[in-house]
Design a protein around this ligand. Structure first.
Ligand code: GLN
Length: 238
């Protein structure tokens, strides 16, 4: 982010991928930046439009199989997200959006569909649908609290060389191998809906910190913390 300008958020393909309140992730970033006195400009990029390359944080949500396949085709053809990430932009990709970022993912019949190959992950179909609460301790290098959210997907995801899990799964399925989501550079992929950033303000601030390039002053998160404790208490065994 340039110091004299607003933080630029880019919400990719709301017409195709935005289920389970994923657009809330955009609202949370806007709010948390503005509460720190950082001006914000948000662009909603529909699937017929080009993805601008000048954003600071890109967001893409989850969705059903067909819109997911369409979104992958269009993003690949467009190339704007690749160029933005190469420039150093941050990205939060949720569920279908997360799977698209990899080399391959499962289509409606489980057939392999090409992803956009932005990161070295590969998704396919799991044994059944993973639906319900998802919680896990975040990768310690990220320095953020236990993550919670809601998952609803058929896909399972394998992480390649150099791509780290976002969390170890304590409750729920996530990637399907005891881990949940991924991170590499300034890219975060996750199966967390809910929306993810409303339920995990630490993750929101991590993305903002990457984009702004400086630590942010703390803000009152008592309400978020209460929600996290409540969700953890609801899913913890015993
Ligand atoms: N269609 C994908 C799957 O079922 C993603 C689902 C979603 O984004 N909620 O795995």
């Amino acid at each position: 982010m340039q110091s004299d300008s607003a933080l630029r958020l880019v919400w990719i393909y709301p017409d195709l991928l935005s289920t389970y309140g994923d657009q809330g992730n955009v609202l949370v970033l806007e709010q948390r930046a503005r509460r720190r006195g950082i001006p914000v400009e948000t662009v909603h990029v529909r699937s017929a439009d080009a993805v601008p390359e000048s954003g600071d944080i890109y967001l893409i949500g989850g969705g059903e199989d067909r819109p997911q396949i369409l979104a992958a085709e269009r993003l690949r053809r467009d190339g704007g997200l690749h160029r933005a990430v190469q420039r150093g932009a941050a990205l939060l990709a949720v569920c279908a959006g997360y799977q698209i970022m990899g080399t391959t993912f499962g289509g409606e019949e489980g057939q392999p569909v090409d992803g956009i190959g932005l990161i070295d992950i590969a998704s396919g179909r799991g044994e059944g649908r993973a639906v319900g609460e998802l919680a896990g301790d975040a990768d310690p290098v990220l320095g953020i609290p236990t993550l919670t959210g809601f998952e609803n997907h058929m896909g399972v995801t394998r992480l390649g060389q150099g791509v780290r899990p976002l969390a170890r799964t304590a409750v729920g399925t996530g990637n399907g191998d005891g881990t949940e989501g991924c991170h590499i550079g300034k890219i975060v992929g996750t199966y967390l809906h809910g929306p993810a950033l409303a339920r995990n303000p630490g993750l929101a601030d991590l993305l903002l910190t990457w984009a702004v390039g400086a630590q942010l002053p703390p803000i009152d998160d008592a309400w978020f913390e209460r929600l996290r404790e409540e969700r953890l208490a609801a899913v913890r065994p015993g």
